[in-house]
Design a protein around this ligand. Sequence first.
Ligand code: ATP
Length: 453
Amino acid sequence: MENIIDKIVSLCKRRGFIFPDSEIYGGLANTWDFGPLGVELKNNIKKLWWQNIVIQRDDIAGLDSSIIINPKVWEASGHVSGFADPLVECKSCHTRFKFDDLMKGKYGEVSMKDGYPHCPLCGGELTEEKKFNLMFKTFLGPVEDKGHLAYLRPETAQGIFINFKQILNASRQKIPFGIAQIGKSFRNEITPGNFIFRTREFEQMELEYFVKPSESKKWYRYWQEERLNWYFNLGIKKEHLRLREHSKEELAHYALSCADIEYQFPFLNDEGWGELEGIANRGDYDLKNHQEHSGKDLSYFDEETKESYLPYVIEPSAGVERSLLAFLLDAYHEEKDKNNETRVVLKLHPQLAPIKVAVFPLLKNNPELVNLAQKIYQDLKLSLNVLVDYDEVGSIGRRYRRQDEVGTPWCLTIDHQSLEDKTVTIRDRDTMQQERIKIEEIENFLRKKLTNV
Ligand code: ATP
């Protein structure tokens, strides 16, 4: 298990899932680009979340708000004053540390003087704690002064709160109802790392679910269960996920309660538990602050009771890259085959798999086999609208292995019998079993498999 992350990083690079960014210029630390298969996997995760949260329900509406928004939003939300980590810097070697990390023992036992820690690297004296704002700053227009200062959003959630009233009016929703958004967020993290676990640019899938204050506890539990089941249904093993309720001390100032869905990553702290998604009961903190700062009424009028109130909000907030990493880790298997050779297979849920099916002609120099294989390949791509691969290079065994390694659930081989009886073999990635299937039945077979989650 120890070097599984190295294996995954190398597989991701070799097969086009994830590349180190700007590699031809020596890279940019902790920055990654998603290659041809990575972008498919990422899109599938986002699509499945969106289908589950927006499309298949009638109480949640979608949104795509701007990344750079009025900076007053971040003052109202508390991000300008509060979104900061206390940092210390070593006066000798100038390394910066998160003060919390030092005190929590991330760097092992640190020598102390008068109750204050010394540099874990060189033993030097540390500066006083200084707050460091995690928001990226930029300027709108050519003048770089305070009046033109703006921020890249550090979360997508605030875009939802500032659109709350407009969405309510446009969609005629009644409470309880939610607004969902997927998009990029930016945080000038002090200690990025662990592959794509913590980066400065990442994507979030966020839902703000507005409820009656008296019902917020019920909905808080409801969303915890819903979200856990989403991961389980897409193949994350039960023993690798847990729900961890925050203690009172840990709770962010805006949250009435908060729980993290944690995945057991093989590379983090001793036991590996790291946050995949936070689910918070934020009360009316956000709407109340925006109402105060904007001077606009953001309350909800209940037609039945004829009362106006500020709804409470339950927020399940998930990271796309962290779930992608968890899906990859859970899918990665090494197995010995009958010749004692290692088979690497990504047992990704078919709905997540970047390539859904691969088509092989048994021999590449037989035009009849190649033509039929090409026809099946082209037809499936268009009729199913999914990524299909075509491969005629090397032995069939090698071609299966190439697909196993990137998680393709099915492979179709067109052989001599196919020309006679219009059947092909379909091989299952996980069981490696092969069956014959009529060419005319392939599309329906795959369609069924790909629509049931
Ligand atoms: P952490 O404690 O790990 O910094 P957080 O509690 O600050 O995370 P939230 O603000 O709750 O994170 O954001 C919701 C989700 O967004 C997280 O659960 C995570 O999946 C994702 N996320 C947050 N920061 C990052 C990051 N720097 N890189 C990748 N994903 C992130």
